[in-house]
Design a protein. Structure first.
Length: 403
């Protein structure tokens, strides 16, 4: 009897994934936002106060991006951002300062661009010096340890008057220049669509460029091997060690990166204020404990670990405060507020404090998770990601590239 070969029915091949359609709505919205940001000085015209509010939002976004990388991506709590803001501002003023300006102030007279880079590097190195502490602690213990840097910055700022100018007068930071182009008022000033491009308009474009650089560097880090190592340490240090990740080195690197971002935000703060002046106490001021809380609110509202979320958080926290202050100055808001009453600072604190509570209770993923949910509804995907037990996959703010 001859063997008969019987062809077994072939199993159907899995369907090929449909080619992802370009999200034209997202592309158009991004282009419109980019054009709006470029034309904002033209839109505001002579209302430079509105432009300064937008500048302050960019400062908060740069600092918030640095903190969300540390807290959300690497899982390391830090409250030391005001310290690195102060170090960045003072470093810029010292490196670019005119040595002949005053006998009481130290200035190296280097180009402003070198001063910006130097300030970022100095903040990163100080963050590296704090790495042994960051490598051994985590959670609330690291947060309390990092908080000591704020008090250290207060003492150094008040003591080293040769660098900071002291709490009474401070010192004026040098005007930023790039290839001979000063970011200050000039006579005559160039015009764009009939609007003179003076100091505030020039600073807006400078801050916008720095914010874009910070944003894309952060997104690149998150989507790279460095970001994966941060998340491995955040999720499970023992498992990360078993996979060959040097936990202490990764923690130190995250703290260095976050400190460098905060230093850049400090330089921007000095240029925005046109003044470098240490705080008189640790509770109120540009580099105080209140700033630590504000930056922590930025990353919570935006969504821990989300780089775009940090920008949204800065709009809520930094933008509202300056907007209410602008309203108080320009339109007489809170004119009847007495001592202890509702003013611009108190109202903005109430709003972003309530936003933090709502995020913690109802949407731990913050604004980033809400944005992803809205985008998913607009796309109306055919399938929803799920785990084997049928429960939906929890949302994350890792900004990972799609698989």
């Amino acid at each position: 009897m001859s063997d008969t070969l019987v062809a077994s029915p072939r199993a159907p091949l899995p369907p090929m994934p449909a080619r992802r359609r370009r999200n034209w709505l997202k592309i158009v919205a991004t282009l419109l936002l980019f054009v709006l940001l470029l034309l904002l000085p033209i839109i505001t015209g002579t209302g430079v106060a509105y432009l300064k509010v937008a500048q302050y939002v960019l400062i908060g976004a740069v600092g918030g991006i640095g903190l969300t990388l540390l807290v959300g991506q690497a899982g390391q709590l830090s409250l030391a951002h005001p310290f690195f803001l102060l170090v960045g501002a003072v470093s810029y003023a010292v490196i670019a300062g005119d040595p002949e300006e005053s006998d009481d102030l130290v200035g190296l007279g280097l180009p402003p661009l070198v001063a910006v880079i130097g300030a970022v590097v100095i903040c990163g190195l100080i963050g590296l010096a704090f790495a042994p502490v960051a490598g051994r602690l985590r959670g609330i213990y690291l947060g309390v340890a990092s908080l000591s840097l704020v008090f250290l910055g207060l003492w150094l700022g008040q003591s080293l008057e040769m660098f900071t100018g002291g709490t009474s007068t401070g010192r004026t930071p040098p005007t930023f220049e790039l290839f001979g182009f000063p970011f200050s008022n000039a006579d005559p000033s160039p015009t764009l669509f009939g609007v003179a491009i003076e100091k505030e308009q020039r600073l807006w474009y400078l801050f916008l460029a720095l914010a874009f650089i910070a944003y894309f560097l952060a997104r690149g880090a998150v989507n790279s091997r460095v970001g994966r190592s941060w998340r491995a340490v955040r999720d499970n240090e023992a498992a990360a060690t078993a996979m060959g990740v040097d936990v202490r080195r990764v923690k130190a690197g995250a703290f260095v990166v976050s400190s460098a971002f905060a230093g850049l935000a400090g330089v921007m703060t000095a240029l925005w204020l046109d003044l470098v002046k240490p705080d008189e106490n640790e509770f109120t001021g540009t580099y105080s404990l209140a700033v630590s809380i504000a930056y922590l609110a930025i990353v919570i509202i935006g969504g821990l670990g989300s780089v775009p979320g940090a920008v949204v958080g800065s709009i809520v926290v930094y933008g509202l405060e300056k907007f209410f202050r602008l309203g108080a100055t320009e339109f007489g808001w809170f004119a009847e507020a007495e001592f202890g009453g509702i003013n611009a600072v108190v109202l903005s604190a109430f709003i972003y404090g309530a936003a933090v509570v709502l995020v913690v209770l109802f949407e731990p993923g913050g604004a980033a998770a809400i944005g992803r949910r809205l985008a998913a509804r607009m796309r109306r995907p055919a399938a929803v990601a799920s785990v084997p037990n049928g429960r939906p996959t929890p949302e994350r703010n890792d900004d990972d590239p799609p698989a």
